[in-house]
Design a protein. Structure first.
Length: 287
């Protein structure tokens, strides 16, 4: 008898207990994913010099360059507002904070930035399972909005990020997975994605140390603080009531040799040099 022929209720009844799973990726001491906490704490507390600052208006996007070793602070000067920022793979957690990193895409897979400060680290996990600084969800985009509402709105986060990177020689296909900064999200009991109102207050911030020269792009989400979010033109007009600007500051360390003396250097790409089995087109050969 095939397993597919067995009654599902019986299969569920016969299902054996599963041991508590071990996380797939562990950033424990000695792991390539681990960070030197002393080094990054030292960098975060060290005197710094402001190199660039700007305020990002509501429902807009901007891209800027951050040299390797610089520190970027993104803050909520007027109160709660969520933001989308490009990154790629999730190797630390579904929601990130101090000591976690954002990594580049295949085939490079190297850390782009490390989070060194987060004034929302206290939030933890709320009564619904929500956490902040989300890597689970994608950015809002005009394509799914059009499918769900029939509307055509040009200032979704995907569009804001697209406009932001074009002036740097990139295009829409370069806008990929994001970190939803200041956004509280989770999965409900049926595994469905949900979004809570943003818990940030005036002056909250998150800081990143650039692990290499990076181009950063940020969107002030048209959903504002997500207390009124929805789809369609009516919702877009309603949500503007809870939209606020974000502030970006780029710093360099006053002692520019500090990181190097502590053993820091720009991250290298993945060492994989294989050919993806191209010389064995029918698959892995086993004896």
């Amino acid at each position: 008898m095939s397993a597919a022929d067995i009654d599902p209720a019986q299969r569920l009844k016969d299902r054996k207990p599963i041991p508590k799973p071990v996380p797939a990726y562990l950033a424990t001491a000695g792991s390539p994913l681990a960070v030197d906490k002393v080094l990054y704490e030292s960098a975060q507390k060290a005197p710094r010099v402001l190199v660039e600052e700007f305020t990002l208006p509501i429902r807009s996007g901007k891209a800027w360059k951050a040299p390797a070793g610089s520190i970027v602070r993104i803050s909520t000067p007027e109160g709660p507002q969520v933001a989308e920022q490009c990154y790629t793979v999730e190797l630390h957690a579904s929601h990130v904070s101090v000591g976690d990193r954002l990594w580049s895409n295949l085939p490079y897979i190297r850390p782009l930035v490390t989070i060194i400060a987060d004034t929302l680290a206290w939030y933890g996990k709320d009564e619904h399972g929500g956490r902040v600084h989300d890597l689970l969800g994608t950015r809002c985009d005009p394509y799914i909005n059009s499918i769900l509402s029939g509307g055509s709105y040009d200032f979704q986060c995907h569009s804001n990020l697209t406009r932001a990177v074009i002036s740097h020689g990139l295009n829409e296909s370069d806008v990929h997975d994001v970190i939803n900064i200041f956004q509280s999200t989770g999965l409900d009991e049926q595994g469905r994605y949900f979004m809570n109102p943003c818990p940030a207050g005036p002056g909250d911030y998150i800081e990143f140390l650039a692990e290499q020269d990076v181009l950063m792009a940020l969107s002030t989400c048209p959903g504002g603080d997500l207390s009124l979010w929805g789809f369609g033109e009516d919702s877009e007009e309603e949500m503007i009531k809870c939209c606020r600007p974000l502030k970006v500051e780029v710093f360099k360390l006053e002692d520019e040799g500090l990181l190097q003396r502590e053993g820091w250097k720009p991250a290298e790409v993945s060492p994989y040099k294989g050919r993806h089995g191209m010389n064995i087109p029918l698959g892995e050969v086993r004896n």
